[in-house]
Design a binder for this molecule. Structure first.
Ligand SMILES: Nc1nc2c(ncn2[C@@H]2O[C@H](COP(=O)(O)OP(=O)(O)OP(=O)(O)O)[C@@H](O)[C@H]2O)c(=O)[nH]1
Ligand SMILES: [Mg+2]
Length: 334
């Protein structure tokens, strides 16, 4: 057999890539097969019919990983920082998952790729899974499938899952609702500190990372942020956001970021905040799924008789829209 032949995907490989055999895929993902991990994420990302079965199969492994969100303006250094954090976490023997949520153009829906390039360093490390996901126009930039993708990575044995998302207001709040620990990246001279206050970032940041500290104005940015943190009202026992300075491009300050993450994690556990955050996250997830099911059922009613008939009554003034909505809901539950 020639050398090139040995690299041709085997039948088993091909079947993993296209498989919808959930027990097999989950078993292989548990064994650390990256193709099974990739396939499961593809299935959850595409909203496949197998998603509920995947979620059920992965449920026992939920909650094992620390989920760390990284957010901040475009180009602030999120991917570079993520890459360096992966290196630091690997040095401590952790298995790491990375989900890079790409902003998609609202016009084409196409994902802007590029994160892979800067994460090439870890491409051959079996202890690291890196995946770009499209935000698919989902309001706020976080893919609706992200929580499921986190589950897949937890199932695959990741101790830490890093979620990178470009933040513009709402997206930052969303990443915070997904993550145990949220890092907000800022860079000198981007007016980010002011933006942060406007967008309510102060409330969601557990750690501020002032990146590009090799540039002028880093001291001023750190001072601005510290000033704002000092002004914030905080009860006793509440977390005080940490401020860390980095030059991610040179790997400087990354150990401090890792230490701040560890410190926050310890605080979360000590104050029972980890459980509270995760339950809040689960509540939002269940609610979103339930609303999705309801929406689909109402959609199916459009083809039935009830909705068009009710709509005609509302349009003619025979009934009002609230009463019609009640009638619709009664039909759904009946
Ligand atoms: N001077 C300087 N440049 C940096 C530093 N960290 C990252 N960069 C550069 O900033 C640019 C953007 O870095 P990325 O890590 O891609 O930023 P990002 O926030 O992931 O960008 P998007 O995903 O496009 O929003 C790259 O050219 C990096 O090399 C730093 O500490 N100092
Ligand atoms: Mg990036």
């Amino acid at each position: 057999m020639s050398e090139s032949n040995t690299r041709v995907p085997t039948a088993a490989t091909g079947s993993v890539r296209r498989s919808r055999d959930v027990p097999m895929l989950v078993e292989r993902a548990r064994d650390g097969d990256p193709r099974a991990v990739a396939r499961l994420i593809t299935l959850v990302e595409s909203g496949d019919d197998t998603v509920p079965a995947i979620a059920a199969a992965l449920a026992p492994y939920t909650g094992r990983a620390q989920v760390v969100g990284l957010t901040g303006s475009p180009g602030v250094g999120k991917s570079t920082t993520t890459n360096e954090l992966v290196r630091a976490l690997r040095a401590h023997g952790h298995r790491v998952g990375v989900l890079a949520i790409d902003p998609s153009s609202p016009f084409t829906g196409g994902a802007i790729l590029g994160d892979r390039v800067r994460m090439q360093d870890h491409a051959t490390d079996p202890g690291v899974y890196i995946r770009s996901m499209s935000s698919r126009g989902h309001l706020g930039g976080l893919s609706a499938a992200t929580p499921q993708a986190v589950r897949v990575l937890e199932g695959a044995g990741c101790d830490v899952v890093l979620v990178e998302t470009v933040g513009v207001g709402q997206a930052e709040v969303e990443v915070a609702s997904l993550a145990d620990t949220t890092l907000v990246l800022l860079a000198p001279g981007m007016g980010d500190a002011i933006q942060a206050v406007k967008a309510g970032i102060l409330e969601i940041a557990d750690v501020f990372v002032v990146n590009k500290a090799d540039r002028d104005g880093a001291d001023a940015t750190v001072r601005d942020i510290q000033g704002m943190i000092a002004l914030g009202e905080r009860g006793p026992g509440q977390w005080r956001p940490q401020v860390v300075r980095t030059i991610a491009a040179r790997g400087e300050g990354i150990d401090d970021v890792a230490a701040a993450i560890d410190k926050h994690r310890a605080w979360l556990v000590e104050h029972d905040e980890l459980r509270r955050r995760r339950e809040a996250r689960a509540a939002a997830e269940v609610e979103a799924i339930a609303l999705g099911v309801l929406r689909a059922r109402i959609g199916s009613l459009r083809d039935g008789t009830q909705l068009p008939a009710l709509a005609a009554e509302v349009a003619s003034g025979a009934t009002d829209p609230y009463a019609a909505a009640e009638a619709l809901l009664a039909q759904l539950s009946g």
